[in-house]
Design a protein around this ligand. Structure first.
Ligand code: NAD
Ligand code: WQD
Length: 339
């Protein structure tokens, strides 16, 4: 298939482009580089030995987005492009709604008018909100989320559902990722956060490599095995594989909307993750247990059964693999793509 990947210069997008090319798809990327890097796409080309055109376009630019869709003759779109910092989203709701909803609406109209009606969308476990029982199952309702960022995922799922109801030719996958971490095993591409990392594993990796002194562990008094929060961490290579199989499934299977969790089904605590990273890196990770972070849930993980039954997809990489591959990326690229 010819596939347009929005946000393909970003973390999960770049890893997915590699797996798409390796699976025989022809790929182009559209990204405004607000958080992604052109160097990531260059390294994807190096890893795959294949040219991957990068259109530096903001998806809110209607004319430019239509041009990409009209000229590309794509069979499908994988839509990663979004702003994703949970804390910042609640400080800057107008910017987050404008970007994430604006980009998606422009993209969907341009797709419809170019006759492209197959899309895989990057959703998130955050859409289950605070009321869903653990493990999270895809048919839980009503969806909700504590942050503005999360609300953009809930709203986009709603929009895509309405689009499919109005036009039965649409084929839509909603992939709800849990906590993607890790990097490509080559160490050439990985997560390169701008500024202070918001997420646990990138922060730990920067402590291990000496860019930051100590980790703050947010809360040690949760009702969990060791008092710290538990999450369903998933290797980014497993996430990338999930996109390839979901795309094949919606292209060949029944039209309409399909939601799938991409998670492992097991929880790992913050302290367990620190221990795993210390083993993988051979470095000590000094930390302090501090106050809880606003909005954190104590523990959640996926029921991964639907993806296994319908896509034949399960995670194949362990927490130790995630730490080993993150460490290879971080130690070989201590300042990320900026050299
Ligand atoms: P990322 O920031 O590395 O990638 C997103 C890319 O989108 C960036 O390269 C950015 O430059 C681009 N972008 C943003 N707004 C754009 C616009 N208006 N026009 C064109 N490009 C634009 O983030 P990621 O971690 O790779 O996440 C990819 C997707 O997966 C996002 O939609 C995110 O919300 C979702 N997601 C991520 C996680 C996670 O933990 N990383 C978990 C669940 C869901
Ligand atoms: C994991 C655990 C923190 C940093 C977020 C989004 C979610 C999804 C994935 C996009 C928590 C603790 C963290 C630190 C810490 N993204 N922690 N010290 O919050 O589970 O999920 O990313 O859709 O929507 O909310 O991930 O990596 O931020 O935190 O102790 O410096 O690590 O409290 O328990 P989270 P995270």
């Amino acid at each position: 298939m010819r596939v347009l990947v929005t946000g393909g210069a970003g973390y999960i997008g770049s890893h997915t482009v590699v797996r798409l090319v390796e699976s025989g798809h022809e790929v182009e990327v559209v990204d405004n580089l607000v958080n992604g890097k052109a160097e990531a796409v260059r390294r994807v080309e190096e890893l795959t030995g294949t040219s991957v055109p990068l259109h530096v376009v903001d998806l809110r630019n209607d004319a430019a987005t239509r041009r990409v869709l009209e000229e590309g003759r794509f069979d499908a779109v994988i839509h990663f492009a979004a702003l994703k910092a949970v804390g910042e989203s609640t400080q800057k709701p107008l910017e987050y709604y404008a970007n994430n909803m604006g980009a998606t609406l422009t993209l969907l109209a341009a797709m419809r008018d170019a006759g492209v009606t197959t899309i895989v969308f990057s959703s998130s476990a955050t859409v289950y909100g605070a009321a869903a029982p653990v493990p999270y199952v895809e048919d839980f309702e009503p969806l909700d989320s504590a942050s503005t960022y999360g609300q953009t995922k809930v709203m986009t799922e709603r929009i895509l559902t309405d689009v499919a109801a109005a036009d039965p030719t649409w084929r839509i996958a909603l992939l709800r990722y849990f906590n993607p971490v890790g990097a490509h095993p080559s160490g050439r591409i990985g997560e390169d956060p701008r500024g202070v990392p918001n997420n646990l594993v990138p922060f730990i990796a920067q402590v291990a490599v000496g860019r930051r002194e100590r980790l703050s562990v947010f809360g040690g008094d949760y009702p969990t095995s060791d008092g710290t929060c538990e999450r369903d961490y998933i290797h980014v290579q497993d996430v990338a594989d999930g996109h390839v199989v979901a795309l094949d499934a919606i292209a060949a299977g029944e039209a309409g909307v399909h939601a799938w969790n991409l998670g492992s089904g097991t929880g790992t605590s913050v302290l367990e993750m620190i221990g795993a990273f210390e083993r993988a890196s051979g470095r000590a990770i000094p930390y302090d247990v501090v106050e809880r972070r606003d909005g954190d849930l104590p523990a959640f993980w996926a029921d991964p059964g639907k993806a296994e039954r319908e896509l034949g997809w399960t995670t194949t990489r362990s927490v130790d693999d995630m730490c080993r591959d993150t460490w290879r990326w971080q130690s070989q690229n201590p300042n990320g793509y900026d050299g």
